[in-house]
Design a binder for this molecule. Structure first.
Ligand code: KIV
Length: 284
């Protein structure tokens, strides 16, 4: 029997029934298969690919072509989860027409089921246009990394009454524009709880406390694929950086000491052929 794909309707049902939604990032085929096999409901091909895979210092340089390349690989690896493609910086801000064309590429060329856009009330016309074209939209408010220079760094958002109210208004506006769910990044837990209670669409939190309808993390952070800094909201479920570094160093040592490859990693040939081959030595 074919596996049933997670839909926007299923995510809405999960909120209504109080079943937590799980979302993780993936950027390539093998990780997509692992994340899907773990039972995650939504796989986000985040523009965080810029930081954790492409070596950029922010998400700003990530292009549409880079994103399409990664979304295609992820979509090939996912059977059940909904695949959401992150719209990179300046792929939707310039005009509604560009937003439609770029979001459309993710569904037409890369087989994503939905797109994610950062921003609040200022992008609701884009959200409306995409939804009218049949493209499901996930919103993203709070800490929006594409606006890092405007925010003056990666900081918790909505800590005072005025900014908290603005985020609540943004959340309502995005729901009103037709977004099917909303990422809340780095906002105080009580604000995330209020927004979650106020909206009928599911909220998915990252650094937004336990009351959201779902949770998302960057998979590379969760697995400890980096040795370095991880934000406070990340829980490390593994330390793969150390495990991988150890394995690679052992390979290097074994090759240098001629311990790898052993007979079990090598191919043989009939002894007769070996003898005839050896007879050729020194000849022409
Ligand atoms: O790009 C990304 O990975 C994201 C998540 C952190 C929500 O936007």
């Amino acid at each position: 029997m074919p596996i049933e794909k997670v839909t926007t309707a299923e995510l809405r049902r999960m909120k209504a029934e109080g079943r937590p939604i799980t979302m993780l990032t993936a950027y390539d085929y093998p990780m997509a298969r692992l994340v899907d096999a773990a039972g995650v409901d939504v796989v986000l091909v985040g523009d965080s690919v810029g930081n954790v895979v492409l070596g950029y210092t922010s998400t700003l340089p990530v292009t549409m072509d880079e994103m399409v390349h990664h979304v295609k690989a992820v979509a090939r690896g996912v059977a059940r989860a909904m695949v959401v493609a992150d719209m990179p910086f300046l792929s939707y801000q310039v005009s509604t027409e560009e937003a439609l064309r770029n979001a459309g590429r993710f569904l037409k060329e890369a087989e994503a089921q939905a797109v994610k856009l950062e921003g609040g009330r200022e992008i609701t016309d884009r959200v409306r246009a995409l939804v009218a074209a049949g493209i499901p939209v996930m919103g993203h408010i709070g800490l929006t990394p594409q606006a890092v220079h405007q925010m003056g760094g990666y900081r918790v958002q909505g800590r005072d009454l005025a900014t908290a109210k603005k985020l609540l208004d943004d959340a309502r506006a995005l729901e009103g524009a037709g977004a099917f769910s909303l990422v809340l990044e780095c906002v105080p837990a009580p604000l995330a709880q209020l927004i979650t209670e106020e909206l009928t669409i599911p909220t998915i939190g990252i650094g937004a406390g336990p009351s959201c309808d779902g949770q998302v993390l960057v998979t590379h952070d969760l697995l400890g694929l980096y040795g370095g800094f991880a934000p406070k909201f990340v829980k490390r479920y593994a330390e793969l950086h150390e495990a991988i570094t150890r394995a690679l160093a052992e390979y290097v040592r074994e090759v240098r000491e001629r311990k790898f490859p052993g007979p079990e990693h090598s191919f043989s040939m009939p002894q007769e052929a070996v003898d005839e081959l050896l007879a050729l030595r020194g000849g022409d």
